[in-house]
Design a protein around this ligand. Structure first.
Ligand SMILES: *Cc1c(COP(=O)(O)O)cnc(C)c1O
Length: 430
């Protein structure tokens, strides 16, 4: 594998871009080595600037659920381009988009389009605060909701109930309204609610977290959260930026049969364009400006090209429900294949999977929350990542990410992925 052009570009990039990348995890810091610069993508493949190709298991961190460069999405974008790239005024396509989202996602009765998942979660919290007249909200340790100030809080220095900023630039004043809880622990939520009676506007979580590696809700957990939030008048927000349109047409809320009050969306919703959305119950969404008093706006929100790509994607998923069975089968073949290979080599690493998402954790403990995820051997993961890359399989460059599969993965490609896994896992244990 020759990567001289990527090396050259990265060195050049660092002169002009902080760290050489426009989003930190792309820099490969967690796995060692330097990032690979991608020239193009097609189907299940990424092609780099040096002419190498990779079977890829991230799919732009989720959006490319049908594989890259899908002709149907490409055509929709090219057609939309003929009529101009932005108007800053309402379009028919936005209405169609909203109607389709309402049809597909159980909790959404009204929806507002934004430009990223980050914008969606920031706005949803603001609306929940406006709606309830309360300031605080609960977030789970290890869950990611984009880079909004109030979400960049993790469980620092023994702070169980009081958030500490995770990044310079986030003030203690902001952090103090973010209450932290471990995932999959209803008792912890009850304690927080009791200690902050009548002050909590919202509880936001990834119903199926993918940002500390893939973790699944324990039986009854999401139902329990629903019950507590209903009882306490807390707005329950499912951040389905990852899981929306992926685990089912209607996301994790459809799969698990638990309906939140609000939902945030991103990734797949834009078909590869920068799109996000937040929506929920009518009475809550009526608080959004100009219908209500909570301000939220966007110059490029509902952009006609982005809407064309997103609409093509969602229409396809809406009219091809068999896609989800196909994706689940692909996910099962890979996750079970990896597990079997590990067992054959007497390795009992934890593999979590659901539908077309999975994570291989380099730990023998079950991973159900941030604490257990952190027992993973990240150095070993880094070596595994590099060995897979050498064998032409491109993984997320961090132990604490989910992988995202696409319908472009044929049985032949799955066989190649498993073979690469078998060799890589052997090499790193020699
Ligand atoms: C990716 C992600 C976000 C942030 O979305 P951006 O489009 O990167 O701003 C928020 N929440 C979850 C669950 C995500 O996976």
């Amino acid at each position: 594998m020759q990567i001289s052009e990527s090396k050259r570009l990265f060195a050049h990039a660092k002169t002009f871009i902080p760290g050489g990348v426009n989003s930190p995890v792309r820099a490969f810091r967690a796995v060692g080595g330097e990032p690979i610069f991608i020239k193009k993508a097609d189907g299940a493949y990424l092609f780099d600037e040096d002419g190498n190709s990779y079977i890829e298991l991230i799919n732009s961190w989720g959006p490319m659920i049908l594989g890259h460069n899908h002709p149907m999405i490409r055509e929709a974008v090219i057609q939309a381009m003929e009529n101009g790239t932005s108007f800053g005024a309402p379009t028919a396509r936005e209405v169609e988009m909203a109607e389709l989202i309402v049809k597909m996602v159980p909790s959404v009765e009204k929806v507002r389009m934004v430009n990223s998942g980050t914008e969606a979660t920031m706005s949803a919290i603001r609306v929940a605060r406006g709606f309830t007249g309360r300031d605080k909200f609960i977030k789970m340790e290890g869950h990611y909701h984009g880079h909004g100030d109030s979400f960049l809080i993790s469980a620092g220095s023994g702070a169980i109930t009081m958030g500490n900023p995770d990044s310079p630039g986030v003030t203690v004043g902001t952090a103090k309204d973010t209450l932290l809880a471990p995932y999959n622990d209803l008792e912890a939520i009850e304690r927080l609610v009791e200690a902050n009676k009548g002050e909590i506007a919202a509880l936001i979580l990834e119903p199926v977290p993918g940002n500390m590696g893939l973790t699944l809700p324990l039986p009854g957990y999401l139902e329990g959260l629903r019950e507590i939030c209903t009882r306490e008048g807390i707005v329950l927000i499912f951040d389905e930026v990852m899981t929306g349109f992926r685990l089912a047409k209607g996301g994790a809320q459809e799969l698990f049969g638990v309906t939140p009050d609000m939902t945030t969306l991103g990734k797949i919703i834009g078909g590869g364009m920068p799109v996000g959305a937040y929506g929920g119950k009518k009475e809550i969404m009526q608080f959004v400006s100009p219908a209500g008093p909570v301000y939220q706006a966007g110059t490029l929100s509902g952009n006609p090209i982005a809407m064309a790509a997103g609409l093509a994607m969602l229409r396809y998923l809406d009219t091809h429900p068999e896609v989800y069975a196909q994706l689940a089968l692909i996910g099962r073949k890979i996750a079970e294949g990896i597990t079997k290979i590990n067992h054959d080599q007497n390795l009992n690493y934890t593999v979590n999977f659901v539908g077309s998402m999975y994570s291989l954790f380099f730990t023998q403990q079950p991973v159900i929350d941030f604490e257990s995820a952190k027992t993973s051997d990240t150095v070993l993961f880094g070596r595994y990542f590099q060995e897979m890359l050498k064998r032409g399989v491109y993984l997320a460059p961090s132990q604490f990410e989910s992988l995202f599969l696409s319908t472009a993965l044929t049985d032949e490609l799955i066989g190649r992925i498993l073979l690469a896994h078998e060799e890589s896992i052997r090499v790193i244990h020699q």
